[in-house]
Write a protein that binds this ligand. Sequence first.
Ligand code: SAH
Ligand code: SF4
Ligand code: F3S
Length: 442
Amino acid sequence: MPGKTFYLETFGCQMNAHDSEKVVGTLMAQGYSQVETPAEAHLVLYNTCSIRDKAEQKVFNRLQNFKREAGKGKVFGVLGCVAQQEGEKIFERAPHVSLVAGSASYTRLGEMLVQLEAGNRHVTGLSLDTDETFDTPFTRRDNPHRAYITIIEGCDKSCAYCVVPFTRGPERSRTAESVMTEARRLAEQGYTEIQLLGQNVNSYRDPSPAGWDFAALLARVAEVSGIRRVRYTTSHPRDFVRSIVDAMDSNPVICDHVHLPVQSGSSKVLAAMDRLYTRDDYMRRIEWIRNAKRPYSLTTDIIVGFPGETEEDFGQTLRLLDEVQYDSLFSFKYSPRPNTAALEMGDKIPEEEKQRRLVIVQEKQRAIQIRRNAESIGVVREVLVEGRHQALGQWIGRTSDNRTLNFTHPDSGGGSLVGTYLPVRVTRAGPNSLVGESVTVV
Ligand code: SAH
Ligand code: SF4
Ligand code: F3S
């Protein structure tokens, strides 16, 4: 492949974003250079998401746009969850695609690139039969201050609506030693925030004899010298044990935030979803968090319109939102997905009804957030500065409890504050962010 340039666009979750950082690093180690547009690239890659139908359609729309480029020396590759799900069918649907590889096969990426370079036009990496994790020294990180570390790949749950167990394969935990080595190296390189990643970090189990569970790993990563913030995502309520709250309580380096996806407030719907907990089980965990030694912000994911969700079930979700008072949430209309158990379920909810329920959830949550965020007015919070809003003359900061806090600073004309930690007094609050001004003393 002359020139060896590549373009990569990433869709989906943070695991995909971090996989892309590793893919970019691997490609650069093989002599490729990254370009900003598909037009300039010899190799055009899409790292795809298949969680809902809309996400899946995006990649096919992108590929459609480039149909005419086929045969002009451009090589197209589909990576990630759509690749794993659709497999070789992608070659039929988009004949100009030459590479189809799911995340469980990225350890073979180098080899697959060699095949592409040799002119092979049907290169695949689709085996899920692996106990390996994608540990690579070649990660090319997008952010100079905040770094992702994958601690566990795949998922062994079987939530009835979810493609992830099919697209990312079985659970594989990295050794604690490998995680700790990466954390220490990141601290030495100047990173101050670490985000531990996995589809279900709570089921992490060190495969080496030390056998640390997630709470132990979390506590140890937070002790790495130079690391000021540790976040983690995502938790599964069933595996969210009390020792995780204890670990958080004992070290403020672990951020004041728990993302605990509930999906529904109805135990009947939770059972149909095969979530392995009831509403009461979930609320018990909320109680642990609310009774902890310091306040934690709480966020969640909600699915509306799962098959069989009655008006009464939906009402229970709304009541749960009132009870928990989440600081933020992601809400989705149920989207039927290939291979999943929910496909076979009767009593489907019409699209308009899903839309109606989604709007109700979002309006209720908006009112809750306006109230919750207003509680911060007058309070001084520490932010990590993430960027600058040139037009507004504000810096963009993030608090430990994961709120965006945009603020003004007297030295705004001077050097960049990005990457620094500063105390900021909150002066205004909206539904989705806070506004404030930096102060000299906390
Ligand atoms: N492993 C994580 C996240 C999975 S995907 C977890 O267990 O929470 C992120 C969110 O997408 C899920 O929490 C769920 O709310 C939503 N989601 C997953 N599959 C979906 C589907 N088929 N339709 C609508 N939303 C879905
Ligand atoms: Fe999907 Fe459930 Fe696994 Fe999360 S825990 S990735 S929702 S199967
Ligand atoms: Fe999407 Fe795959 Fe993540 S389906 S949400 S990119 S695990």
